[in-house]
Design a protein around this ligand. Structure first.
Ligand SMILES: [Zn+2]
Length: 287
């Protein structure tokens, strides 16, 4: 399967965020390589946008529509996975920034993206600083950061969906496994530099999102089903670095004072990659 995030970006986003050169050439090139929809063996993936109910949710809805986001995910899932069960992709107002996978009854499974989450990510990305922490990121990078963060969140929910639909055996916290699957899908089957660049925006976007959420910790955070956001950030960075230490050497400074973990990342990623390839690989459609 073409990297999920890459497929998603190519379907919906290249035209909006990459340079004019890439805008003119890349999508056509890629779509020529993509298999026809009829080759997909996935069950149906349906998209629903519910109406917004506030200004914040209206902002999020408009951004999803601008990106053609849920349609793009639907196409990427439909052509990239062999899902034995249908999946709904839902945009809706939730009253809070959130995204989740929900199964109602025996067969109604949905990934829900809350409009408030989209708005939060876009607003925060607008204020994102560059590596020197003084200047704002360029506009194009801010858009890619927001899109990457939302894609990572979506892939995390896709992780929950795959655990449910494929009945994947897991023996750790499901939230950690969902982060592993999101990272695995982000980095899967990257063929060229553009693939790698877009994958990097996804894992960096995910890490940035966790950094944004991090802060003072209460007992409820320690007891929650998710690892702490700071830990999720380091996990994603570690697995990404471990997948190709030379390519992702730029992540090494993130582990200042935590070199013990860094030394283990390659082996950690190899073990995770082997397990997920065995579990999910048969359900991925080669591109
Ligand atoms: Zn989750």
């Amino acid at each position: 399967m073409k990297s999920f995030c890459v497929a998603l970006v190519l379907v919906s986003f290249v035209g909006a965020a990459l340079s004019a050169d890439k805008r003119d050439t890349a999508p056509a090139e890629r779509s020529a390589k993509a298999p026809p929809a009829s080759a997909a063996a996935s069950a149906k993936v349906e998209v629903t946008y519910f109406p917004a109910d506030s200004m914040l949710s209206e902002n999020g809805l408009l951004k999803l529509k601008e990106w053609n986001y849920l349609e793009a995910i639907a196409e990427a899932v439909q052509t990239g996975f062999r899902l034995p069960e249908p999946l709904n992709l839902v945009g809706q107002p939730c009253g809070e920034p959130n995204a989740f996978f929900v199964r109602e009854g025996s067969d109604a499974r949905s990934i829900v993206i809350c409009y408030e989450l989209v708005d939060l990510i876009v607003q925060q990305a607008e204020m994102a600083k560059g590596p020197d922490r003084r200047q704002k990121l360029p506009e194009e990078s801010r858009a890619l950061l927001a899109f990457g963060a939302l894609t990572f969140v979506t892939l995390h929910e896709m992780g929950h969906a795959l655990i449910d639909i494929l009945d994947l055996p897991i023996t750790g916290r499901e939230e950690d496994v969902a982060d592993q699957i999101a990272t695995f899908l982000s980095l899967h089957d990257l063929k060229d530099e553009e693939d790698h660049e877009l994958a990097l925006w996804t894992v960096v976007g995910g890490s940035w999102f966790f950094d944004m959420l991090s802060g003072q910790r209460l007992h409820s955070h320690l007891a929650a089903e998710h690892s702490l956001d700071e830990q999720r950030l380091y996990n994603v960075a570690c697995w990404t670095y471990g997948s190709d230490p030379r390519r992702y050497a730029g992540l090494v400074p993130w582990f200042k004072g935590a070199s013990d973990r860094l030394l283990r990342c390659e082996a950690e990623h190899a073990k995770m990659h082997r397990a997920l390839t065995r579990l999910i690989g048969p359900s991925l459609i080669p591109q």
